[in-house]
Design a protein around this ligand. Structure first.
Ligand code: ATP
Ligand code: MG
Length: 222
């Protein structure tokens, strides 16, 4: 049994965190972020572009270009905050290091909510020190087309020990819970956008217009 004890029910609690390569950022990332903020009223959602992804090949454009695009994408919503700490830190971007730094920053009591698409969640056991991640943050798994729930069976044992009874429970503890959430399905990926660019096909409506214009102006992903 959980009592939700907001100091003031208008007060927003918790910091959501979405890491990624953002090569480039797209509406799948952004729609996921705003739906989570609207549904659960977390204080903010940090988008954290990695410097060097640990489990995939090097990004197609520079870290500065990926960061510029994320900055352009969030300009309309003050709850979306771009965090360049992985890029500043350079080297391989281990999530455990990032969570450690954010935890130091926000203090021991603030709920941290690490958002992972279903594909990322399924790859979790390959991440550096993955079993420690939950000590620093809750794990908030979002649905992603192509990665349907029957695939999560392998991780059910992991979830069983940690599963939250309700997403609001995430605001009552600083870390330690897993929540699976179904959002509006958007079959958009950065790989798909890069592939369209290579074919010189349109990428309109898959990502914010300023990001599209930046890609076209700089002839990225050709
Ligand atoms: P790539 O195709 O290069 O892997 P991507 O579209 O998967 O790119 P990432 O930067 O790898 O984008 O993803 C960052 C995070 O956002 C991951 O947790 C991923 O699961 C999630 N995510 C990306 N696209 C979507 C989407 N369309 N719906 C839900 N979650 C998504
Ligand atoms: Mg990906």
């Amino acid at each position: 049994p959980v009592t939700i004890n907001f100091k003031n029910d208008k007060e927003r609690v918790g910091v959501a965190i979405m890491g990624g390569t953002f090569d480039p950022v797209h509406n799948g990332h952004l729609r996921t972020a705003v739906e989570i903020l609207d549904r659960y009223g977390f204080r903010e959602l940090k988008l954290i572009p990695c410097f060097q992804p640990v489990h995939k090949s090097a990004p197609s454009v520079t870290a500065k270009q990926r960061l510029d695009m994320v900055n352009m994408a969030v300009s309309g919503d003050s709850r979306l905050v771009v965090d360049d700490s992985e890029i500043k830190r350079a080297g391989p971007s281990y999530t455990i290091d990032t969570l450690h730094a954010i935890r130091d920053d926000v203090g021991v009591d603030e709920p941290l909510i690490m958002v992972l698409g279903m594909d990322s969640f399924l790859s979790l056991p390959t991440w550096h020190n993955w079993q420690d991640l939950i000590q620093y943050a809750h794990i908030f798994v979002v649905s992603r087309p192509g990665w349907e729930p029957d695939l999560i069976s392998e991780l059910n044992t992991f979830c069983e020990n940690y599963r939250a009874a309700s997403p609001l429970e995430l605001q009552c503890a600083p870390s330690g819970l897993v929540w699976l959430e179904t959002l509006t399905p958007l079959g958009i990926s950065s790989s798909m956008i890069r592939s369209l660019c290579r074919k010189q096909s349109s990428i309109a409506y898959l990502l914010p217009e300023p990001v599209q214009a930046y890609i076209e102006k700089n002839q990225l992903y050709r």
